[in-house]
Design a protein around this ligand. Structure first.
Ligand code: ATP
Ligand code: MG
Length: 191
């Protein structure tokens, strides 16, 4: 089973994955946690490029899309191997980040044809103003208009693909409880 958390920068993905991993560990569930971009050479290049002030421009995003697709193909081997061992895979971002950030649906799907689609996607939905205020002092996209567009695309795709949308503006524990409930249902656990 492959579960992914998506959401704009500062929506709380890393924070919630840490809480989720602790809870799954307490439940005795064997988990592999992965994140995109990965630590592969392609992932390192992506991280470097994301520091560029042109990171929101179209040609730049198209270049990133190709690098993300390459980085993701490498990651699929690791995910498939973990699933074969019966592990639950929790991912910080996945294919759908490319669908929203690089925004050319058909082309993104084509270059990502080898990327496995998650069994469950949780979208941490939050307004960009709050997300940015949570990230103060951290390197991140601070272009509010870009983040507003990204949030809209996330919500559109969530509707089409049946993501579970979680209100990420709530406090840590409430968001954690909401995520736990959805994951437990998917895994057939009682909480
Ligand atoms: N529910 C919450 N309430 C208040 N603050 C939160 C909440 N969730 C996360 N934060 C804080 O917001 C900041 C951003 O959270 P986090 O790093 O988890 O976001 P992220 O989605 O992983 O961002 P990025 O995409 O940039 O990695 C952190 O400082 C975190 O402590
Ligand atoms: Mg994070």
């Amino acid at each position: 089973m492959y579960i992914c958390l998506e959401g704009i920068d500062g929506s709380g993905k890393s924070t919630q994955i840490e809480l989720l991993l602790k809870w799954l560990d307490n439940c005795g569930i064997d988990v592999l946690m992965v994140f995109e971009p990965t630590e592969s050479p392609a992932g390192k290049l992506i991280r470097e490029m994301l520091q560029n002030p042109n990171a929101t421009k179209t040609n730049f995003q198209n270049t990133l899309a190709l690098l993300f697709a390459a980085d993701r193909i490498i990651l699929m081997d690791k995910i498939e191997a973990a699933e074969k061992e019966g592990k639950l895979v929790i991912s910080d971002r996945c294919f759908y980040s490319s669908m929203v950030y690089q925004n050319d649906g058909d082309w993104i799907s084509t270059i990502n044809k080898f990327a496995k689609r998650p069994d469950l996607v949780l979208l941490l939905d939050i307004d960009p103003e709050t997300a940015i205020s949570r990230c103060e002092g951290k390197d991140s996209f601070e272009d509010i208009d870009f983040l507003i567009k990204i949030r809209e695309r996330y919500l559109e795709i969530a509707d089409k693909q049946g993501f579970m949308v979680v209100n990420a503006k709530n406090g840590l524990n409430k968001v954690h409880d909401d995520i736990k409930r959805v994951v437990a249902r998917k895994l057939g656990m009682c909480i």
